[in-house]
Design a protein around this ligand. Structure first.
Ligand code: BT5
Length: 325
């Protein structure tokens, strides 16, 4: 009901009387007032004047469904959106709710207190400075295709950023970088049984409006934000919707015939590592190699002294020889 009242306040330019609202929704005026109070607690600035009613003055900087639905044009992704002000990790919560929710459900939080990176690492997620969300997918495919879905996430972030006029590169398999520094990361997790996928969680974290001082000191040489790179504050709602729109587009393509050609082409054309000398770090072991390309299965092709090898995305980190990331 709260959301319906919010919709009406959004529509109405001037004041909307409590009486009219209570007639429209068949509620008492006290009930209407309670919902308005709840909206105020969510951060909506609503002016209330005796005998005139309520007027929406401003919406909070939050990334929930109400705030992006006008610009969300998706078929599957975001069909349901579960929003939290604070969570330990959106991937953790998405995993917990995956069984009882349809695919496309998005878990989003304004901040994370234990954001997860890969291999037990941490993702720093300050309140309302970035975007932190996880998408639940349930494709009818085999687990070997899952690594490719990380690239689907990466391509969606790259294209979503471009929709807002921001250029970025994809550092296979899960980093988005601008000017050699990491601005976003993707964590894909899977639950499967006997070769069948129960669900996949694609978690995306993006540094949006952090100033340099808001990036932890020990990450400043390798992390950046969109604000720092573009010199202007970025609208998180627009960016969130743009990425979900792209994710939906690419996932629909994938569902048709598991075709990822478009996504792979984006990952190749915008690669931060193809044609570069890199260190391939795997299980505490580091080897020098030269990245030749990304193959049809989304794996990295690297030429080592010993010959050409295919590198899988699971437990591997790639670092450029002359850079920190
Ligand atoms: C990643 O791991 O890059 C995956 C990050 C995924 C985060 C999202 S947020 C929503 C969803 N819910 C979650 O709990 N997680 C996902 P990895 O490649 O392991 O990179 C982690 C490393 O990046 C850390 O060890 C730091 O060095 C660095 N790092 C941590 N926070 C960062 C940040 N905010 N910006 C840039 N680098 C960061």
């Amino acid at each position: 009901m709260k959301h319906k009242i919010l919709d009406r306040l959004h529509e109405e330019k001037g004041f909307l009387s409590g009486e009219k609202l209570s007639e429209e929704f068949g509620l008492s005026r006290t009930a209407i007032w309670k919902h308005v109070k709840a909206l105020k607690a969510d951060g909506y600035q609503i002016e209330s004047v005796t005998r005139k009613g309520y007027k929406l003055v401003s919406s909070p900087d939050i990334v929930n469904y109400d705030e992006i639905k006008e610009i969300l044009h998706t078929k599957i992704i975001g069909g349901k959106m579960i929003h939290f002000n604070s969570l330990e990790s959106t991937n953790k919560t998405a995993k917990e709710v995956a069984v009882v929710n349809d695919e496309g459900t998005v878990v989003v939080a304004e901040q994370q207190t234990k954001g997860k990176g890969r291999l037990g690492r941490e993702w720093i997620s300050p309140n309302r400075k970035g975007l932190y969300f996880s998408v639940i997918l349930k494709p009818d495919t085999d687990p070997t295709k899952v690594a490719k879905l990380t690239l689907l996430g990466a391509a969606s972030v790259n294209r979503g950023l471009l929709d807002l006029g921001i250029q970025s590169l994809i550092k296979w398999p899960n980093d988005i970088v601008i000017n050699g520094k990491k601005v976003a990361g993707i964590l894909t997790e899977m639950s499967c049984e006997l070769g069948t996928i129960n669900h996949i969680i694609i978690g995306i974290g993006i540094n949006v409006n952090q100033s340099k001082e808001e990036i932890p000191y020990d990450l400043r040489d390798r992390a950046t934000s969109l604000l720092m790179e573009s010199g202007k504050a970025i609208n998180r709602k627009e960016l969130f919707a743009a990425i979900l729109n792209r994710l939906d587009q690419f996932y629909m393509e994938f569902l048709q015939d598991e075709n990822m050609d478009g996504v792979l082409e984006i990952c190749r054309e915008n690669s931060a590592v193809i044609g570069k000398d890199v260190l391939v770090i795997q299980g505490g072991n580091s080897r020098k190699g030269h990245v030749v390309g990304i193959n049809h299965s989304g794996e990295l092709q690297v030429r080592f002294d010993t010959g050409l090898e295919t590198v899988f995305s699971g437990e591997v980190s790639i670092r450029k020889e002359d850079e920190y990331i």
